[in-house]
Design a protein around this ligand. Structure first.
Ligand code: FES
Ligand SMILES: [Fe+2]
Length: 399
């Protein structure tokens, strides 16, 4: 293959528009603002898992969803989401990541709110009487909240359709794992990366990069047979499931084989399967543990990725230690695979930012098996629908 001159380098690839992405989609500030309005403010997004709010009055704050949010389990067992902003004059209400609070008093003028978001007291309320500002006019703003299989989602759009319609059958591959026995989050960490949010989302759909792990660390051991057992199922709504592939830990050499007795429900200890949910969440398993990532855009060039590890709630202490070890060896902050993945996303982002690359190629076709790029194409087809622009030429408005 000859190298290219400036003109041939900048010319769009001779491919269908569904099979490449303009670098502008990763870095343009106006497109980024549009993504926030048109996708992130209207889509159902994962907030936390049921097990992170086990008791009444437990709360969990979400700081990176354009507005600060707080999820609270009520006395009635239901989880509600509110703007984490005082309705008096805008002070932030909850400052901790998580905790338990029957009521919450704002630090500024001491208005107090309960788990329904109702304002239940205001110090010296008499001066409000002249203009009839009653406590019932002073509640918090509630945000749509719903859950499926213990995964709790929120939606900033008051007119959003139901979560059930949004997800369709996308979680079917994980239904048994998430519901047959109680599951709980045992690991949480964050990474702030110098990459556009979609570049992290892509890394969980781009299986061609598996060779990076194989070559760098001799991990992620795949055989030709299991590679071709993997199939991408394209769900409506831009969600995808990759399943059918097993990891050959026995031949890896530096990682202990996995015991079938530790497999989570519905899986073998070698199962490698993932479900990216549009727009920014992925569920993944390596048989004995599960991982959930949520990617939140901070700026066009920076993103926050939150990683959760999940095991069985009724694990013995010994089983939990095994699960923690097996989670951390691939997916912990100092693991085999995760730092390589983060590095790769940042390297691609730097390349596009430099102006050195004009397009990303996502045209591998293998009947949606093995290392087909169909998952990324499915994501960008959905992105294009929500944005009214195609990812291969986002300057043009298509809808
Ligand atoms: S801003 Fe919260 S009570 Fe005044
Ligand atoms: Fe990877």
């Amino acid at each position: 293959m000859p190298s290219r001159n400036r003109e041939t380098w900048e010319r769009p690839p001779d491919l269908p528009g569904t099979h490449f992405v303009d670098a502008m989609a990763y870095s343009d500030p106006e497109l980024f603002e549009e993504e926030k309005q048109r996708i992130l403010a209207r889509a159902w997004r994962f907030g936390c898992h049921d097990s992170e709010l086990p008791d009444p009055f437990d709360f969990r704050t979400i700081d990176h969803a354009e507005v600060p949010l707080v999820m609270i389990r009520g006395e009635d067992g239901k989880v509600r989401t509110f703007y984490n902003v005082c309705s008096h004059r805008g002070a932030k209400l909850f400052n901790d990541l998580s905790g338990n609070a029957r009521t919450k008093t704002c630090f500024f003028h001491h208005w107090t709110f309960d788990w329904r978001g109702d304002c239940v007291s205001r110090p010296r309320p008499q001066p409000y009487e002249a203009l009839h500002l009653e406590a019932e006019d002073c509640g918090l703003k509630e945000v749509a909240t719903d859950s499926q299989y213990g995964l709790i989602f929120f939606n900033l759009d008051d007119d959003a359709g139901s979560l059930t319609n949004y997800l369709g059958d996308a979680l079917s591959a994980f239904e048994q794992t998430l519901t047959e026995e109680p599951v709980e989050v045992f690991h949480y960490h964050q990474a702030e990366i110098q990459a556009n949010w979609k570049q992290w989302v892509e890394s969980n759909m781009d299986h061609y990069h598996e060779w990076m792990h194989v070559m760098l660390r001799r991990t992620n051991v795949i055989t030709e047979e299991t590679l071709f057992h993997r199939k991408a199922e394209l769900h409506s709504g831009g969600h995808i499931t990759f399943r059918g592939m097993e990891i050959d830990y026995e031949h890896e050499g530096t990682i202990a084989p996995r015991e079938q007795s530790k497999a989570m429900p519905g899986l073998t200890a070698e199962t490698f399967q993932a479900t990216p949910l549009f727009p920014n969440t992925v569920l993944m398993t390596r048989g004995t543990v599960m991982r959930i990532d949520t990617t939140t855009p901070l700026t066009p060039d920076t993103s926050l990725v939150e990683f959760r590890g999940l095991g069985l709630k009724d694990d013995t202490e010994e089983d939990r230690m095994v699960r923690i070890r097996q989670h951390n060896e691939f997916w912990g902050p100092m693991s085999h695979n995760l730092p390589e993945d983060l590095f790769a996303a940042e390297q691609c982002a730097a390349g596009y930012r430099s102006g050195g690359a004009a397009y990303g190629i996502i045209c591998r076709e293998e009947n949606l098996s093995a290392q087909d790029d169909g998952g990324m194409r499915h994501f960008y087809a959905e992105w294009s629908k929500w944005m009214g622009r195609s990812a291969s030429d986002p300057k043009i408005i298509t809808a």
